[in-house]
Ligand binder design. Structure first.
Ligand SMILES: Nc1ncnc2c1ncn2[C@@H]1O[C@H](COP(=O)(O)OP(=O)(O)OP(=O)(O)O)[C@@H](O)[C@H]1O
Length: 250
């Protein structure tokens, strides 16, 4: 693929004055207000902020799932605005993994078949060994033949993680990945995300409302009304919770 590269790659994702509005006229809502933000390569960042502050829109634009009205998004050094839809799809497939609060597994497929999907979509024939390895990495080697309905929420999210990671993406985006999980399952998923960064050098960007989940990150950024209002490094859950309370009172 011939894509424009910038030389320095210490930031896996960079937003430069990204602006995004939904609706028109008096109904227009500014979701991102000329937001500039950089996510370090090999770092774990949590994105927090009150409801409607632009967190999901940030993730969608950063992952190339939505296009900003103005500004630039660089993903692993590639300016997404320079790509047509086909090249954007290829870039996303090769460099991005995504996990959602609702897992988004295909109900009719087994864990193993769900994990295979991204490779099949990429025209590759996955080996059972490769898929087995991905499931083992999330502690589910024994559950390869189970369908989503036969798995707990935490297990389903771990299958979703294995599916997101099977292509070896540089960046993993997670939108409330623990929002539907009990405390124990959430901890397992967060520890896996932490290990992706520490052991495999991946970049993780996670939207969350939960201060405990955010405390697994290296950096926590806070949005309000589409603006970046604060950045904390290695904060404790209590510190994050206090910060959120202050923001919600503003
Ligand atoms: N598709 C859309 N159409 C219209 N408005 C939208 C759309 N998506 C987001 N918005 C608006 O943009 C703003 C930011 O939304 P966004 O979902 O990014 O916030 P959020 O911080 O993720 O919120 P939450 O924590 O509630 O999920 C909100 O005011 C929202 O209503």
């Amino acid at each position: 693929m011939t894509t424009e590269k910038v030389p320095a790659m210490d930031h896996a994702v960079e937003l430069r004055s990204v602006h995004k509005t939904f609706g028109t006229g008096s109904a227009a809502v500014t979701a991102l207000a000329s937001l500039s933000l950089r996510f370090a390569t090999g770092g774990f960042t949590a994105v927090m902020g009150p409801s409607g502050s632009g967190k999901s829109t940030l993730l969608q634009c950063a992952a190339g799932l939505d296009r900003p009205d103005a500004g630039q998004v660089l993903l692993t050094g590639v300016d997404l605005a320079t790509l047509d839809e086909h090249r954007l799809t290829v870039l996303r497939r090769e460099r991005i993994g995504f996990v959602f609060q609702a897992f988004n597994l295909v109900a009719a497929l087994t864990a193993e078949q769900n994990v295979m999907l991204p490779l099949l979509l990429d025209g590759r024939k996955p080996s059972r060994e490769e898929v087995g390895h991905a499931l083992a990495a999330v502690g589910l080697a024994e559950r390869r033949s189970h369908r989503p309905a036969e798995l707990s929420g935490g297990q389903q999210q771990r299958v979703a993680l294995a599916r997101a990671l099977i292509t070896g993406p540089a960046v993993l985006f997670a939108d409330e990945p623990t929002g539907a999980l009990d405390t124990r399952s959430a901890k397992e998923v967060l520890e896996l995300l932490r290990a992706m960064v520490d052991r495999h050098g991946r970049t993780v960007i996670m939207v969350t409302h939960d201060p405990v989940a955010a405390s697994y990150a290296d950096t926590v950024v806070f949005l309000t009304d589409g603006h970046l209002v604060d950045t904390l490094h290695r904060p404790t859950a209590d510190h994050i919770a206090a910060h959120m309370t202050r923001l919600e009172r503003r």
